[in-house]
Design a protein around this ligand. Structure first.
Ligand SMILES: [Zn+2]
Length: 269
């Protein structure tokens, strides 16, 4: 008899494996990321597959194998249904899954990341996504997810004092230096020759970032943001991912896609 264990999991992704099986990447609270084989899960009538849909929270039994561990049984606990129904929400949920798959190692427990992913899926599932405000809330929460994730991974940027001279930053003319890991004041910014890693950033965006590191998704979703702030924020998030997580996402097209969706939701936005 093979040894087995039970665990709750979030299904991040799945792909075909051999003829009728699937390879499932799941995140668990106590065992970290697991890559499992679900036998027969590619068959249309597979009961196992129905309980291993992406973006669902399931209770599974895992059979430990010589080469691969397999899913012996599964039962959905919570299905974040709308993440599979809305193209926009699916793009966001895929984005989360891709980042999390990249930053987690197989078998390395990290309950905080599990909670963070569960929270963001729950939050995205709850958004109505009918108006431009809904879209904005979703985008802000996604940005909040990235800031919280990089902070958890140990890259909490300095947002109060200049990262070079350590003086408290005053209003206007500041920038963010990704090699220094924080904001730089006007004089240090203009002295620095390594401009490639530095981007100017307005005070309003610095404040918004501080808020995102500290506050809940619910509060982040209610933030107001101008077009300039949103563009700065998008740029910062992309660079946070590139510098601190070293990930070039397949879903980088995502930003362009979202912009198209945004125009569709609100012709004036
Ligand atoms: Zn300085």
């Amino acid at each position: 008899m093979p040894s087995t264990y039970k665990t709750e999991c979030l299904v991040l992704r799945r792909q075909p494996f051999r003829e009728a099986d699937r390879r499932i990447v799941v995140l668990t609270p106590g065992r970290g990321k697991l890559i499992l084989i679900a036998r027969g899960a590619s068959k249309i009538k597979s009961k196992l597959a129905a309980h291993l849909e992406p973006f669902s929270c399931s209770q599974i039994m895992v059979a430990v194998g010589k080469n691969n561990d397999t899913v012996a049984a599964s039962m959905v606990k919570k299905k974040y249904i709308t993440l599979g129904q809305s193209l926009l929400k699916k793009a966001w949920a895929d984005y989360v899954a891709e980042i999390v798959d990249h930053v987690t190692k197989e078998g390395q427990s990290d309950p905080d990341i599990y909670c963070l992913v569960n929270d963001i899926y729950k939050y995205l599932d709850d958004i109505a996504m009918r108006t431009a405000r809904d879209y904005l809330s979703g985008f802000l929460v996604m940005a909040g997810f990235v800031t919280k994730l990089i902070s958890h991974l140990g890259y909490h940027p300095e947002l109060n004092n200049c990262s070079v001279c350590h003086k408290k930053i005053s209003s206007n003319g500041n920038a963010f230096d990704f090699t220094q890991g924080g904001v730089v004041c006007k004089s240090c910014y203009s002295d620095n020759e390594n401009q490639g890693s530095i981007v100017p950033v307005t005070d309003a965006t610095i404040k918004m970032l501080r808020f995102m590191f500290a506050e809940s998704f619910t509060k982040i979703s209610k933030l107001k943001a101008t077009k300039v702030q949103l563009n700065e924020l998008k740029n910062m998030i992309d660079k946070f991912l590139a510098y601190y997580i070293e990930v070039e996402l397949k879903s980088v097209e995502f930003i362009r896609y979202l912009n198209r969706q945004k125009r569709r939701l609100s012709p004036k936005a």
